[in-house]
Design a protein around this ligand. Structure first.
Ligand code: PLP
Length: 403
């Protein structure tokens, strides 16, 4: 009998399954609205022009080599990422209260945070609270690391906006000193973000209840085109003197999906805590990846450290976020013009890569089987998959299915 005979089948990953189905579909009308990666108006992956420039610079660097990065990662990336997320003038950075370690993109940052919290959370029986719904991998990562995972209300499924009272109530009613996972901006899968005033209320409850915030920031600059606006919540919590962990990904905002470039930041209330925390994060990183991956870090580090390239990057992000916003507005306008039953303003109001359309699982199935239109079963579409060539077809398909 096989040594592996008792290994049970793992549950299928919905998004990966969808991608396989979509790839196998050769119909000319096919539209893939599942994949969480930016596409340009011709439906193609987009290498940011600024990334091209950074790559050229690296290719021409006579001192370049393929040595291991040091423990902690590439300083050009980690120091640039710190300033990007907390602000160049952040008192927390100036006070030496922030430690940043390079990770395997945002997913790796989540996993390092999950393992670190499992080992050092206070109290040890604290659960991790995730939004309902959230990025599918959050539960998987935190459960894999051994945490109990619970949910707080987030989406109002009637208005497809934020259920702020439900969220605040759940965070208030949770036992004290829990871990709360928050999306810094461009909530995945709903595209629903709290307003600045609502973030203040969320911070109030988290502080009152002694919860520990873990921010997952996978879309900074990609959401609004403004890196400072997208970091509002994180900077608000830091300004209030709160401690936290922050996962940061450069997959979406720099288009470095496959390069697996990201960071995990720990913000402590005193600099005294940093040596021990950094030593543990370095140990965990050493035990899992030994050293971080170099190529994407060199690209992102080059962009972050050079004022001209940095400004060009901000323009590139603006282009992505504007195109997505245009597609949101167009889809809403077309559905309204078709007289499609229901209200569609939420498509425009939501933000970031995704829109939670409100389509039912059954409607999603019909769209897939009869119209070759691929989206996740919860009705989430990747707005980046829409373009001027397919928007009429998508609007008409949704219209027919909703009627
Ligand atoms: N966190 C959230 C909320 C995401 O949406 C994603 C990607 O979809 C990630 C983390 C991780 O992305 P990556 O590991 O590609 O940086």
């Amino acid at each position: 009998m096989s040594y592996f005979a008792k290994v049970p089948q793992a549950p299928a990953d919905g998004i990966l399954k969808l991608s396989v189905l979509s790839k196998a579909d050769t119909n000319a009308n096919k539209v893939d609205l599942g994949v969480g990666a930016y596409r340009d108006d011709s439906g193609k992956p987009w290498v940011l022009p600024v990334v091209h420039k950074a790559e050229q610079r690296l290719a021409e660097d006579p001192t370049a080599n393929h040595e291991y990065l040091g423990v902690g990662g590439l300083p050009a990336l980690t120091s640039g990422a710190q300033k990007l997320i907390f602000g160049a003038d952040s008192p927390a950075i100036k006070d030496g209260r922030v430690y940043t370690i390079q990770t395997i993109s945002g997913t790796g940052a989540n996993m390092v945070a999950a393992v670190f919290l499992k080992q050092f959370k206070q109290p040890q029986d604290a659960a991790v609270y995730i939004s309902k719904p959230t990025w599918g991998n959050h539960r998987s990562i935190f459960e894999t690391a051994g945490h109990e995972v619970r949910e707080y209300r987030y989406c109002n499924y009637t208005t497809l906006g934020l259920d702020i009272s439900g969220m605040l109530e759940d965070l208030r009613k949770a036992p004290r000193n829990q871990i709360v996972l928050l999306h810094a901006c461009a909530h995945n899968p709903t595209g629903i973000d709290p307003t600045e005033d609502q973030w203040q209320q969320i911070a109030d409850v988290i502080q009152e209840r002694g919860h520990f915030p873990f921010f997952d920031c996978a879309y900074q600059g990609f959401a609004t085109g403004d890196v400072d606006k997208d970091a509002y919540a994180i900077r608000l919590f830091v300004a209030r003197g709160m401690e936290m962990l922050v996962a940061e990904s450069f997959a979406k905002n720099m288009g470095l999906y496959g390069e697996r470039t990201g960071c995990l930041h720990a913000v402590a209330s005193t600099a005294d805590a940093v040596p021990a925390v950094s030593s543990q994060l370095n140990r965990l990183s050493r035990a899992t990846i030994s050293t971080a991956s170099a190529y994407g870090a060199k690209i992102a580090g080059t962009v972050l450290q050079d004022t001209r390239l940095y400004n060009e990057w901000v323009e590139n992000m603006g282009e992505m976020s504007r195109r997505i916003k245009t597609m949101r507005d167009l889809l809403r306008d077309k559905l309204v013009a078709l007289g499609t039953p229901g209200t569609w303003d939420h498509v425009s109001r939501q933000i970031g890569m995704f829109s939670f359309t409100g389509l039912s699982t059954k409607q999603v199935g019909v769209l897939r089987d009869q119209f070759h239109l691929y989206m996740t079963d919860d009705g989430r579409i990747s707005v980046a998959g829409l373009n001027s060539g397919n928007i009429d077809y998508v609007a008409s398909a949704i219209d027919q299915v909703v009627r």
